[in-house]
Design a protein around this ligand. Sequence first.
Ligand code: HEC
Length: 386
Amino acid sequence: MTLPPDALDALLEAMLAAQLALRDALHALGLTGEAAGQPAWPFAHRLAAEMLAIDGGHARRVALTLGCVLLALVLVLAALAWRARRARWGLSAAALALVLLAPWPSPQLLLAPAVPTSLHRSPTDFAAAGIVRGQAVYAAHCVRCHGADARGEGPDAARLPMWPPMLTGGLLWKRLEGELFWRIRHGMHGRAGLQTMPGFGPGQLGDTEIWQVLDYLQAHAAGRMLRESGAWERPVRMPSAALRCRHGGLRDARSLQGQRLQVVLTAPGAALPPEDPRMVGVVVGGAPAVPECEAADAHLLPALALLLGVDAAAAPGHTLLVDRAGWLRARAQPGQGGWSEDDLVCRSAPGASTPPRAPADGQGLDALLRRMDADAVRLVRGGFPH
Ligand code: HEC
């Protein structure tokens, strides 16, 4: 028997929340310091999520042990509140037995090595300007080993003790972002202590630049996935960027969260699709009339081009749909007449495909929006739902 998916998600969420609460409480009490502007994780290990998703037996043991420990806590509290002595002893003994008899999982499966920034969250908000800045950082410092296409075949790669990994697939999402940050800041070492990748600490790259190069790598990997497999296998957010809107003036794309967006990439002078009451229209790249919203940040077009896996010059003509939670969900390519459910390129169950329907009528878009709203996606990093 394995845990049902919802229970597993809840367990993983609870594990992450408990660790964040512990980290922040220790920091609030003045017992721990900061690293890179956020409270530091003070322990050499953290809870590991990966094995929970893979090994059903392990997940069940973790859930049962958690249940036993919580129940034991309740019993201890009850014992403290109870007047009769004998009942107190009885409850305390039951609590102890529960903790001792719980099916404790093996520490090798439960724990993973940690660094002070393990639980850090990127402060960049996936801003379009940061993604573009990260691209320049990558070209200046990383291309020589990782290669222009991030496939690990840069000009210096063959001389290294090991080949750099492909940064175009799922690797970036298998890690916690705070741990990627640490590895870029402090470098990586192999088994014999030999350095495999140099660090780019203060003096070479600022903390913000490291977060930005990670944003760039993610945007680039997402674009590769879309180009090669026709899907965003990992959910990607609409980049944050300033928009000029008919109502509300200058505002960030994030402030439109809660509404669906239709993001139209265009060239100055091109005809725009009609406005649609079901979505906020956002025009990127020049507009003839005053649209609902238009990009007021020149970085948004190149950032979206990266996510689409095309050159900035080839981006106009694409249209993207963003769901109410801010995830990029559907793409229409240049010249495509209308929408169908197949344009949903980011789904909760990757690979789940629907039979193609006739596009080019209003119903295609209706069905697509219904499906997009019903099928919420969720980001997983290092095995933890975020
Ligand atoms: C001198 C060559 C070299 C340079 C320069 C370099 N890397 Fe690396 N990088 C490597 C090697 C080799 C590995 C694999 C190391 C290992 O697994 O022990 C690696 C691994 C990585 C990983 C994967 C980490 C993981 O968790 O598995 C990321 C991400 C990464 N590099 C990003 C960068 C970024 C960003 C830059 C530029 C700021 C950069 N690298 C510069 C050689 C390099």
